[in-house]
Design a protein around this ligand. Structure first.
Ligand code: ADP
Length: 176
């Protein structure tokens, strides 16, 4: 199964790459970002991010993972929700696609995502889940990678499963 939905703490994942829901200035923040920085080693992760300096919304950059089980951290900056107006959806989708491309370009085979923009950046959960699942599945149609979507709240597993089945059916019926 190339996309696996799980519930838990992303900092505990033993995968090649963990994705961070970062901010443009690549500063240690709250939410999943704070948890990743703390688990990686706050000072060394901040130094690596400062050397890069900035990441635009919808883009992704890569650093070592330091004390995490992973080999690398990809930092991607989700959009701050603005009532679902374009280009929110494209930017959020771009976070997943750019991160997946960057992982493959660096030779990695497994990657774990949190639900980008669905916390402090205010994206409605259901929409954030739908965009995450759709973007990852569309990438996996033409690329080999093991992808985990790590849902902090176990209640998010059911909608994620539902969207995954929905897009699987569209693909197998040739609609998408
Ligand atoms: P953003 O600023 O992009 O909204 P947040 O960190 O505020 O990022 O939240 C993104 C998602 O990550 C939320 O759904 C939040 O519940 C989840 N999250 C927070 N901590 C963790 C963690 N340790 N592992 C996995 N997901 C987490």
């Amino acid at each position: 199964m190339p996309l696996q939905l799980i519930s838990g703490d992303i900092t505990k994942m033993s995968v090649d790459v963990i994705v961070n829901a970062a901010n443009q200035r690549l500063r240690a923040g709250g939410g999943v970002c704070g948890a990743i920085f703390n688990a990686a080693g706050r000072n060394q992760m901040q130094e690596a991010c400062d050397a890069i300096g900035f990441c635009d919304t919808g883009q992704a950059v890569i650093t070592p993972a330091f004390n995490l089980h992973a080999k690398a951290v990809i930092h991607t900056v989700g959009p701050i929700y603005s009532n679902g107006k374009n280009p929110d959806e494209e930017l959020l989708s771009s976070c997943y696609l750019k991160s997946l491309e960057l992982a493959l370009a660096n030779g990695y085979k497994s990657i774990a995502f949190p639900l980008i923009s669905a916390g402090i950046y205010g994206y409605p959960k259901e929409e954030a889940i739908q965009i995450a699942v759709k973007s990852i599945l569309s990438f996996l149609r033409s690329h080999e990678l093991t992808v985990y979507l790590v849902l902090f709240n176990p209640r998010d597993l059911e909608p994620a499963q539902r969207w995954m089945e929905h897009y699987d059916q569209l693909t197998s019926s040739g609609i998408e």
